[in-house]
Design a protein around this ligand. Structure first.
Ligand code: AMP
Length: 205
């Protein structure tokens, strides 16, 4: 099974990828992680990639394409997260790979904002937490102070969401036209996952 997972920031795409990977025994390929692995190799290319990652810009297509297709060319099953990021990448992916489905974790902007408002991170152990988990306002694991992540501030989130929407709209339309797109909703991690499983079970029937 060859799947792409897409979704806005804080939609829980990473968590869902891991759950899908565990349930179906398929590898989770995150292009962000592949690039971070390259950075630790310590050569000329890794320096260039490191500089781009820390600038927050996208890595040039030819670079990410080479790294990704080398990795997945012999794989029969995977769940791909972080790729495609533009229409050119989407078109190339469809040429190179016979995709079964593109899962879009579809969460409304205001619901995401609500989630983000309740998210904290421990200043010591860096565990991501929901305010309901805090004990006397502190981290339940190491009793340290917690902070609001910089990119979880409302104005930063709204900006990330609007960039996501404008960049992903053409990709979503492209996959829709190819009848590959499945929009999956849900109010909780478990509900979204149940709906993904239902979708995938129908797709591979
Ligand atoms: P992520 O972990 O998916 O947020 O990706 C981290 C960083 O890796 C991004 O900010 C980009 O610089 C780079 N990256 C990941 N996937 C791609 C891609 N498909 N195309 C270009 N750059 C990418």
């Amino acid at each position: 099974m060859k799947i792409v997972i897409m979704g806005p920031p804080a939609s829980g795409k990473g968590t869902q990828s891991k759950k899908i990977s565990d349930k179906y025994g398929i590898k989770h390929i995150s292009t962000g992680s592949l690039l971070r692995d390259c950075v630790s190799e310590n050569n000329k290319k890794s320096e260039l990639i490191g500089a781009i990652l820390s600038s927050g810009n996208l890595v040039p297509d030819r670079l990410i394409n080479k790294i990704l297709y080398e990795r997945i060319s012999k794989m029969n099953d995977f769940i791909l997260d972080g790729y495609p990021r533009n229409l050119k990448q989407a078109k190339l992916l469809c040429k190179k790979v016979d995709l079964n489905a593109v899962i879009l974790v579809d969460v409304e902007e205001n619901d995401l904002l609500q989630r983000i408002k309740n998210r904290r991170v421990c200043s010591n152990c860096e565990q991501s937490l929901n305010v309901s988990q805090l004990i006397d306002g502190k981290c339940p694991y190491c009793n340290s102070d917690v902070e609001i992540r910089n990119d979880d501030k409302e104005e930063v989130f709204r900006k990330r969401f609007s960039i996501y929407t404008s960049e992903n709209e053409p990709i979503i339309k492209f996959f829709e036209k190819k009848n590959l797109l499945y929009r999956v909703k849900g109010d909780s991690i478990e509900e979204v996952f149940e709906n993904i499983v239902k979708t995938l079970d129908e797709v591979v029937e």
